[in-house]
Design a protein around this ligand. Structure first.
Ligand code: FES
Ligand SMILES: [Fe+2]
Length: 345
């Protein structure tokens, strides 16, 4: 029996461009998938269907009917099942064909023929484990610690950028652009416009940080691999932004396809009691609009960069974080392509 989503012939380049396999990714805000509704999304260059079972649990299926390949998202959501609109085949949330109404007793019944990805909901976002093969077991997911911390109050923002996912991640591993691209912003106008950087290893990734400045601009970022890839960074706030000091950003980027990226930012502050109320009020009334203006500067720059911008670069010391990230991803993409080749010939 055929299963469309076994991708046997992927090259390392394909994997590098559309996302490493066998890790967790942020898919979309939880609010995108209401009970009883179906949400179609493209991730890693493939089409998927999200829905909630009758108990509210999220399911994520390849958006292809196992009969003749019609998109299941054109069908109907009936309780825990999806009914294909073309000939009525019914599939459950685990990807198993439950019923072939036109041919009762058909041998498709009872078989798991549609890829179903393991999912979680964390910090208002649906995450899924993108496996290299239908039977790969999900790795353990370490939730970014600020999202699990009750002392932290965060706001989620979601964007889709017409830029490769590596540009979005590299932008986060590049603190120095704060002092230039965002020099006119309320939070990144201060500090020196030159710096020396260093990489500091951690047991879950590394810090990329300025050696000579902290707390004045975008001065450090931590890159973390905890089953999902994410960054944590800090931006100072002026006193007018209320109590709580600087604010943090947890960032994740997921390839929609090789040229488009889903970007997730949780903007957070460690604030409790009345300080939390002040932060939430100020965020909604003034700070959020300023944040969007800053993020817009990133989006415009990244979308304007050519797809082959990285073919003729002259990198310098500030780009060590970017270099490190690329080396990591290239190496892993090569390993994964080789493993696919070994498994499928
Ligand atoms: S293609 Fe879906 S039931 Fe035929
Ligand atoms: Fe930026």
């Amino acid at each position: 029996m055929a299963n469309h989503y076994v991708q046997r012939d992927l090259t390392a380049e394909d994997i590098f461009n559309t996302g490493l396999r066998d890790q967790w990714y942020a898919i979309c805000p939880s609010t995108f998938v209401e009970r009883g509704a179906m949400q179609k999304v493209t991730r890693w260059g493939l089409d998927w269907l999200l829905f909630r079972k009758s108990d509210g649990e999220i399911r994520m299926l390849a958006d292809r009917c196992p009969h003749r390949g019609a998109p299941l998202s054109q069908g109907m959501h009936l309780g825990d099942r999806i009914v294909c609109r073309y000939h009525g085949v019914q599939v459950d949330g685990g990807g198993t064909v439950v019923k072939v109404p036109g041919m009762p007793g058909c041998n498709m019944e009872g078989q798991q023929l549609v890829t179903s990805l393991p999912t979680r909901e964390v910090g208002g976002v649906i995450l899924a484990f993108f496996a290299s093969a239908p039977d790969s077991q999900p790795v353990e997911l370490g939730i970014p610690d600020p999202l699990a911390d009750p002392e932290v109050s965060s706001f989620l923002s979601y964007m889709e950028w017409k830029a490769p996912w590596r540009y979005a991640l590299e932008n986060l591993l590049d603190p120095m652009h704060g002092a230039y691209l965002h020099a006119d912003s309320h939070s990144m106008s201060g500090g020196e416009t030159s710096a020396r950087f260093r990489i500091r290893e951690t047991d879950r990734g590394f810090f990329f940080e300025k050696t000579d400045q902290r707390g004045k601009n975008f001065d450090w970022v931590e890159y973390c691999r905890t089953g999902a890839d994410w960054v944590d960074l800090e931006i100072p706030y002026p006193a007018s932004a209320g109590p709580g000091g600087g604010f943090g950003i947890i960032g994740m980027a997921t390839p929609i396809d090789a040229e488009t990226t889903a970007v997730f930012f949780w903007r957070y502050r460690r604030v409790e009691g009345w300080e939390r109320d002040v932060w939430r009020f100020l965020y909604r009334t003034t700070i959020e609009a300023r944040h969007w203006a800053v993020v817009e500067q990133d989006r415009v720059m990244l979308e304007a960069m050519a797809l082959d911008a990285d073919q003729a670069e002259n990198l310098y010391q500030h780009d060590l974080g970017v270099i490190r990230l690329r080396r990591l991803y290239r190496g892993q993409a090569e390993e994964q392509a080789k493993a696919l080749l070994d498994a499928h010939g």
